[in-house]
Write a protein that binds this ligand. Structure first.
Ligand code: GLU
Length: 510
């Protein structure tokens, strides 16, 4: 019987979710759904010093916004609960102690001062930050250097200790990464990582292995920054006797800065003026807010789509994918090894494409919010739907609807008289005065009729419609933008159209 596919996203709740983090969720989610598997969210909060209030709720809100609902999580429950590592604390010690018994780990009693002294004593120009490893463990205060009695006494007298892995000397450990192929490590390069801390909490290294095993995880997909930790995890799977149960791994490429090299950071976003987090995040301590894609006016469909394309494609030219299409098409083998450069202009292009594809009804709710924030009251749903339909091809981000469509709901805030004034003359004045009368009386109020009437009247006045369109647009909209003027007139209605023409004609007369 083939095993049920089970993947996990295992964030540490330390702050807002970087787009790289959401892409990790996405690739996990797509893989699980494609294979009829389970998508689990496990909160890795063993490092209590890094715990940040609100970060977990933020993660779940983000997943909900993106449409990626976990099958199991602290919020959704599940057969392997609890899904918060801090609540599984009692579960880990036995494994750390077993490793000590089997000779793969040891107790270390060094105080912070001892560690500091070691770093100073062994610091050389070639090795500026000495690590607790095969070369130095013999010089430290641990169960390898102390006698069994001394160790037993220290343990009995409640002396603080940690349990460290004993990294073997000069062995090669390797695994097959779904993206990178065979990856090898020399164990001498890796320090003796702490597995169990003095407070009894496991470190990430121990907890991730124990939990992936106990939660029957079949595939572990995570960011490339975790690749250096992989040898420790490989050895733990082996030492704990679970090697045959080890998940398949894929380490996802970094998302790179648009300019230069290196990982895209929150600071790059601030520097270049674009979001890096999924949604707004306010640090509870500093109260500093980092803006998110959501609040910048991205649609979740576009956000998901653009994330999928950061490091993946389906081998064709297709760029627009719905979640269902991604689930059908995604394959981890097609994820690139190299980092993906983030391009904000391209990100906006995805949003524009998604806005164009949306039915106005689907956009109404989110757009209402932006109008409300701009202090514009929208009470007529039909008018809103029509306005959205008319301007959506011109909008890249959701707030663009406010600039593009505010004039449907209120008088234009500014009127670009200067665009009309220089070419305004008596003939045009007469034309518009007659247009006012004609429009006041026209039997039907439809854009095609309004246009015919306008053009026939222009011909009668021996004016080219082209010369009259700009003034008409400025009258209705206030500036040189917007959809077709007759569509606008038809949408805002007779009274509003006539009133706006009158107002500007008077202004031009002054
Ligand atoms: N807790 C790690 C993080 O914060 C998870 C790494 C992993 O998936 O193994 O990203």
């Amino acid at each position: 019987m083939t095993k049920k596919i089970r993947v996990r996203f295992a964030p540490s709740p330390t702050g807002g979710l970087h787009l790289g983090g959401v892409r990790t969720v996405l690739f996990n989610y797509l893989f699980a759904k494609q294979n009829g598997g389970d998508f689990i969210v496990r909160i890795e909060d063993t490092d209590q010093t890094r715990f940040v209030e609100g970060a977990e709720a933020y993660i779940f809100d983000t997943l909900k916004w993106c449409g990626m609902v976990p099958d199991e999580s602290p919020l959704h429950g599940g057969p392997f609960a609890p899904y918060r590592q801090s609540e599984r604390k009692a579960n880990y010690r036995q494994y750390a102690e077993q490793l000590v018994i089997d000779g793969y780990a040891y107790y270390a009693f060094d105080t912070p001062a001892d560690l500091e002294a070691m770093r100073t004593a062994y610091k050389t120009p070639e090795n500026p930050s000495p690590q607790y490893n095969h070369a130095l463990r013999d010089k430290m205060r641990n169960s390898l250097t102390l006698t069994a009695d001394e160790t037993a006494n220290l343990l009995a007298s409640d002396t603080p200790y940690v349990i460290r892995i004993k990294m073997p000397l000069n062995e090669t450990v390797s695994f097959n990464d779904m993206i990178r192929g065979e990856v090898n490590f020399n164990t001498s390069q890796v320090d003796d990582k702490v597995l169990l801390k003095a407070d009894g909490m496991p470190t990430y290294h121990l907890a991730v292995v124990v939990d992936d095993y106990q939660m029957k995880i079949t595939h572990a997909f995570r960011g490339e920054e975790w690749l250096p930790s992989a040898p420790v995890h490989l050895l733990l799977w082996d030492y704990l006797g679970w090697k045959n149960e080890m998940p398949e791994w894929a380490h996802l490429p970094l998302i790179l800065k648009p300019d230069g090299n290196g990982k895209l950071s929150k600071r790059d976003g601030d520097r270049l003026g674009f979001p890096v987090f999924a949604s707004d995040w306010t640090d509870p301590k500093t109260h500093e807010t980092t803006t998110g894609f959501k609040e910048h006016g991205f649609l979740p469909e576009a956000f998901v789509n653009l994330l999928a394309m950061l490091g993946w494609n389906d081998g064709t030219d297709q760029e627009i994918f719905s979640m269902d299409e991604l689930i059908a098409q995604f394959s981890m083998e097609r994820v690139h090894k190299g980092g993906a450069k983030f391009d904000y202009e391209k990100a906006k292009w995805y949003n524009h494409e998604w806005i164009k594809r949306k039915h106005p009804k689907e956009l109404e709710l989110s757009i209402q919010k932006y109008f409300a924030e701009a202090g514009i009251t929208v009470t007529d749903d039909a008018l809103l739907a029509k306005a959205i339909e008319l301007v959506k091809d011109r909008c890249t981000l959701l707030p663009d609807f406010v600039t593009q469509a505010a004039f449907f709901f209120q008088l234009p805030e500014q009127i670009d008289i200067a665009a009309v004034q220089p070419k305004w003359d008596d003939k045009k004045n007469m034309f518009f005065n007659e247009l006012i009368r004609a429009y006041e009386l026209s039997a039907v109020w439809e854009s095609s009729d309004l246009e015919t009437e306008f053009k026939e009247m222009a011909a009668a006045h021996q004016l080219k419609p082209g010369e009259l369109m700009l003034p008409f647009r400025i009258m209705l909209v206030g500036g040189k933008f917007g959809p077709g003027v007759f569509e606008i007139a038809a949408t805002i209605g007779r009274n509003e159209t006539v009133a706006r023409i009158k107002k500007v004609v008077v202004l031009l007369h002054l």
